[in-house]
Design a protein around this ligand. Structure first.
Ligand code: KIV
Length: 296
């Protein structure tokens, strides 16, 4: 199997500075945009590291993008651990966040710290992310107290999709927007190092960003936030068809892969692959020796 190592891949990329929380805070202070994207496996994270993405989120969205579920709910800690380790290996300099899957932190503070600790100790992530507002403050506080950086996630929180009545934008009425603003304040006070805001009006994203002392990262929360994140399969166009309003597609990878696989299949069927260039040559004398031995 080929093992791709680009010129800038982890073994020979000493120039890139490690992304840390102070680096992210400084970016907020300087008004420099923080770049973040999901990454679930070694080859993709290698390229994300190569282009210098600040934060790679091993998101539980892998339940949908990699495993084909229709929500993130079936994703387990064991699955998150496998993917987090692969991403960490590929991207030593990026700030890698391991998403805490459904039911890995909701039950108790002890459960939350234990599972966050597992992602940190066993997988080497730089921080974890958990969904929810005021009801998660005690968990954020305890995780942070254990020395594990915790990112909050507010707005459209996919693990509560049933409660929210679907994948819908949030914060569109005054009551809900004020709750989000208050939740963001509470998460910051609890010790969150950053907050991800999903699918809310950009004006609400702006208010939260201006009031926060920690980086606010947007996925459909507008251009005023301190940084942006999208799901890598969405920006690359892996799945033709419906895409969320906040997604910008930068490639049509589905088309590239479909074309390559079609050609591969055709080449095999037409006897064009493999050809001489893919052959392991053998010395004529050795071949004669084999044949002679078989004839005995
Ligand atoms: O799991 C995920 O990919 C997320 C997105 C909202 C970025 O949390």
């Amino acid at each position: 199997m080929s093992m791709w190592k680009s010129e800038n891949s982890q073994n020979d990329a000493p120039k890139r500075k490690k992304v840390t929380i102070p680096v992210l805070n400084q970016k907020k202070l300087n008004g420099e945009a923080i770049t973040m994207i999901t990454g679930y496996d070694y080859p993709m994270a290698l390229i994300e590291e190569e282009v210098g993405i600040d934060i790679i989120l091993v998101g539980d969205s892998l339940g949908m993008t990699v495993y084909g579920y229709d929500s993130t709910l079936p994703v387990t800690m064991d699955v998150m651990a496998v993917h987090s380790k692969a991403v960490r290996k590929a991207a030593p300099k990026a700030f890698v966040i391991g998403d805490m899957p459904y039911m890995s932190y909701q039950i108790s503070v002890e459960q939350a710290v234990t599972n966050a600790g597992r992602l940190m100790q066993e997988c080497g992530v730089d921080g974890v992310k958990l969904e929810g507002g005021v009801e998660m403050a005690d968990k954020i506080k305890a995780i942070t107290k254990a020395g594990i950086p915790a990112m909050g996630h507010l707005g459209l929180t996919p693990q509560s999709v049933s409660q929210l009545g679907g994948f819908k934008a949030q914060g569109r009425d005054a009551g809900n927007a004020l709750k989000l603003i208050e939740d963001a304040k509470i998460l910051e006070e609890a010790g969150a190092f950053a907050i991800l805001m999903e699918a809310i009006p950009s004006e609400v994203g702006k208010i939260i960003t201006e009031r926060a002392n920690i980086p606010i990262i947007s996925i459909g929360a507008g251009p005023h936030c301190d940084g942006q994140v999208l799901v890598v399969h969405d920006i690359l166009g892996f799945f033709p068809g419906h895409k969320a309003k906040f997604v910008k597609q930068y490639a049509q990878v589905h088309e590239v892969i479909r074309k390559a696989l079609t050609e591969y299949k055709k080449d095999i069927e037409e006897g064009k692959f493999p050809s001489d260039e893919h052959d392991y040559p053998i010395d004529e004398d050795v071949l004669a020796e084999i044949k002679a031995a078989l004839e005995k």
